[in-house]
Design a protein around this ligand. Structure first.
Ligand code: HSE
Length: 460
């Protein structure tokens, strides 16, 4: 057994910090700067006994060199460690370290949405088998409490729907495109300049990050297992500055909305895509990098959790809260590190976890969606075009709610039609999109954006 570092107080909880990036540094500093307060609140001093980093040669201000290791897996299973805090991000080696720690009887706190979305059920089962806990409040919505409320405070409800803005980078870009008239490329460049978007932004702008987070939330809210591959996903890359102007004229704002709800047959409808929201919808007013999750339950009605969805300090808030909860609720590990350690609190079972073998979900088919739609279609500006387009809509059972024609290019003789529909079947919209391009009048089928909230599978 590796001896505790000399500075570790007797009876303290031994923590391994895997990762010292933006969030890891925030957690390290919070535990150092607030050590006395956290010891009082949790009933035990918390000692960081090891920090796993990628590059041992880099100077780490304020971090004792003796704590550093570049072997996160070995640190995670060390005898003097009770709780592993995984903040490396990405799938591997993070998942392997979490698995090894749980198997070795250590509780784990993680902010890792990809691991929890793809392997959460299996890792939660492993935690339960080993009598320890796996907590992941920071994996969705940064500092916003949403996992614990779904796990505990909303248990009395049948959740009807979740609607969420859970990617700050895209919300920043969409806000900049709407409010400052920026193009997609300019909005992305600005998000990168401010450090919101990564050099490779594909996970954010493609909706992948939001799909991971939605899979985690939907699994909890609907007591089932939703894998990210079950989530229908469209990113924001096809949106143009014009769509934001037209949307505003029609009284809408565009948000990358993550939605989970049950349809009338009990099938789960889970999707992430750009959505036109009524400008008065509370989620339409969630601007910039903020996140928000609206939960509708049969008893509670609608509640909205809103705040900072990423960044060092908000994410640290959620990680440390999970850590304090583990420490105050009893032995955090089954290993020697906890044995004989003094505690002001009686041992308890690990904090509430979702059931480890939830029933599988049936997923709604996308074609059954019944929503309103915004369409932008580039047409030849000549007599009879509206009649032709109108026939194509009628053939596909789609009723037009509003239609605006804007001259696009007088020289080329093209115009853009901005059309909103009444409620229509998504399968009918798909058929219209597939066949409209063949019409002589249509030059480019353009874009289709879903409007507002949907009822999946409900009757027209
Ligand atoms: N890339 C994420 C976002 C933050 O933009 O919201 C981490 O989950």
């Amino acid at each position: 057994m590796a001896p505790p570092t000399p500075s570790a107080p007797v009876g303290s909880i031994g923590v391994a910090l895997l990762g010292l990036g933006v969030v890891g540094r925030g957690v390290f500093e919070a535990l150092r700067d607030n050590a006395a307060i956290y010891a009082t609140r949790s009933g035990r001093p918390i000692a960081v006994r090891g920090v796993a980093v990628h590059d041992l040669t880099r100077a780490r201000d304020g971090v004792d060199q003796a704590l550093l290791t570049n072997d996160p897996r070995a640190l995670a299973v060390r005898d003097d460690i009770d709780i592993v805090v995984e903040l490396m991000g990405g799938m591997e080696p993070a998942a392997a370290c979490i698995e090894a720690a749980l198997a070795a009887g250590k509780s784990v706190v993680t902010a890792n949405k990809e691991v929890m979305a793809k392997r959460g059920p299996e890792l939660l089962a492993l935690a339960q088998q080993n009598g320890v806990a796996l907590l992941y409040e920071a994996s969705v919505g940064g500092g916003i409490p949403i996992i614990a409320p779904l796990n505990r405070d909303l248990q009395a409800n049948e959740i009807r729907s979740l609607q969420a803005i859970i990617n700050g980078t895209t919300n920043f870009m969409l806000t900049a495109m709407a409010q400052d008239g920026l193009s997609y490329d300019a909005a992305l460049a600005e998000a990168q300049r401010r450090g919101y978007a990564e050099a490779d932004p594909s996970s954010d702008v493609g909706g992948v990050d939001a799909a991971y987070k939605l899979a985690i939330l939907a699994s909890l809210a609907f007591h089932t297992t939703v894998h990210p591959d079950d989530v229908y996903r469209e990113g924001i890359t096809q949106l143009s500055a014009r769509d934001f102007r037209f949307a505003a004229d029609l009284g809408y704002v565009i948000r990358l909305l993550a939605v989970a709800q049950r349809d009338t047959d009990g099938a789960l409808d889970v999707r992430v895509h750009p959505t036109l929201l009524d400008a008065h919808d509370p989620l339409a007013r969630v601007d910039g990098v903020l996140n928000a999750v609206a939960v509708e339950g049969d008893l509670l009605g609608r509640a909205i959790f809103e705040g900072e969805g990423a960044g060092s300090r908000p994410t640290t808030s959620a990680v440390v809260a999970d850590l304090l909860h583990l420490v105050s609720s009893g032995p955090a590990s089954r290993g020697p590190a906890s044995r004989g350690a003094a505690s002001n609190h009686p041992p308890e079972s690990p904090p509430r976890q979702p059931p480890t073998d939830p029933p599988p979900a049936q997923f709604a088919s996308r074609g059954a969606l019944h929503m309103r739609y915004y369409l932008r279609v580039l047409v030849r500006d000549r007599p009879g075009v509206i009649a032709e387009i109108g026939r194509a809509f009628a053939t596909n059972n789609i009723s037009i709610a509003s239609l605006l024609q804007v001259e696009a290019d007088a020289v080329a003789g093209t115009a853009e039609l901005i059309i909103t529909t009444h409620h229509a079947r998504e399968s009918d919209i798909d058929r219209f999109m597939a066949t409209a391009g063949m019409l002589d009048a249509v030059q480019d089928v353009g874009i289709r954006i879903r409007i507002g909230s949907a009822s999946a599978g409900s009757r027209p």
